[in-house]
Design a binder for this molecule. Structure first.
Ligand SMILES: Nc1ncnc2c1ncn2[C@@H]1O[C@H](COP(=O)(O)OP(=O)(O)OP(=O)(O)O)[C@@H](O)[C@H]1O
Length: 342
């Protein structure tokens, strides 16, 4: 059991895109809890609903998308202020604006497209500080320089007056992180933050995120395809498939004792996890179209263990041990039996 405080609790989150062909169920019953001072990695193939989950927390789902009634994204930051938890799924735009960029902030994969090319990077950081806090321009500039230093930018007093195009991709990503950190967020959402960067910069950014968690107690959601990255920085992992979490566990437990056939498939297909000379396998088939989801387990068509039962109904939560849960019929009667092949 974690002793850390809860930062966000997601229950039955459903996000549908209402299209001409019908409802595309991008997220369909997602649930998880995030804690202070912990990094939760969300992994899964493209189209599994990772980014839409993040966008929901940030109140950035727009039409034709809709966070469906009954969904709960309870933000606990308010509880510390003596208020009730705020359900971000139903909060007003104003309530979300007060929190976004401030208590909850985000870094995206493409820093260049998130930074404004015609505004100096320092001014962009200062603006974010001044929107949320009552500080003078001088004070905000001092903070911007100090933040640029914190994220490992040398000569921050010079870089503060640079435009994004004068900086490399890695530097821009650091600027984005500085901006995301400018208001000491309780929750940082990082969506593939290192995918576009070379390995050296990637390692630096990941260690920066670790430092942030340890020093400030920030709760971090890391969205990634890369299980190698997960192994380096995550405390807990949610494996998502077709809009749902299919397995959740502390990182060491997940790597040592993966249960869901999809998790095992992902691990067997990761070059970064293979031993030298070990043959990589791929998971045949593809993620189902969220417009046409099957009646039973969404993974059944690709699963080597699928039975008729799996095609007829949805698996429910099986607890393997504390904080390790799996949604798979293989485990419904037995608590700790391994799937062959791992
Ligand atoms: N504006 C939209 N209209 C219709 N469907 C959408 C829209 N945005 C996202 N989707 C659908 O939602 C599903 C989940 O997308 P999402 O971007 O969350 O996946 P992801 O797991 O983050 O993938 P990736 O790793 O490629 O970023 C996808 O099937 C996608 O087609």
């Amino acid at each position: 059991m974690s002793v850390n405080k809860k930062v966000i609790r997601v229950e039955d989150l459903r996000v549908y895109f209402h299209t001409k062909k019908g409802d595309s169920k991008a997220v369909d019953g997602n649930h998880f809890t995030m804690y202070e001072n912990e990094t939760l990695a969300i992994v899964g193939e493209s189209g599994c609903g990772k980014s839409v989950t993040a966008m929901s927390i940030l109140g950035l789902v727009s039409k034709p998308g809709e966070i469906m009634p009954g969904s709960k994204i309870e933000y606990m930051g308010n509880v510390e202020r003596g208020e009730q938890g705020l359900n971000l799924a139903t909060a007003t735009d104003e309530e979300i604006r007060n929190i976004r960029g401030n208590e909850i902030s985000m870094i995206f994969q493409e820093p260049m497209s998130s930074l404004n090319p015609v505004i100096k990077v320092g001014d962009q950081i200062m603006e974010n500080i001044m929107i949320h806090e009552d500080v003078s321009k001088e004070e905000a500039r001092k903070r911007a320089i100090s933040l640029l230093g914190d994220v490992g930018i040398s000569r921050p007093e010079k870089v503060v007056d640079n435009y994004p195009f004068q900086l490399s991709g890695g530097m821009c990503q650091r600027v984005m992180i500085a901006m995301a950190l400018s208001c000491n967020p309780k929750l940082l959402i990082a969506d593939e933050p290192t995918t576009a960067l070379d390995v050296t910069i990637q390692a630096q950014i990941l260690s920066l995120m670790n430092k942030l968690k340890e020093e400030k107690g920030t709760s971090i959601m890391l969205i990634t395809h890369d299980l190698g990255v997960v192994a380096q920085v995550a405390d807990n992992v949610n494996v998502m498939y077709a809009g749902k979490v299919v397995e959740t566990a502390p990182v060491k437990e997940l790597f040592e004792n993966p249960k869901h056939p999809y998790t095992i498939g992902l691990m067997n297909s990761m070059p970064s996890l293979a031993e030298d000379g070990e043959r990589l396998t791929t998971i045949e088939g593809s993620v189902p179209n969220p417009l046409y989801l099957p009646k039973g387990c969404y993974f059944a068509d690709r699963c080597p263990h699928a039975t008729e039962r799996c095609r007829q109904g949805q698996p429910t939560d099986t607890k393997i041990k504390s904080r390790h849960h799996v949604w798979c019929f293989l485990y419904e009667n037995e608590n700790d039996e391994k799937v062959e092949g791992k």
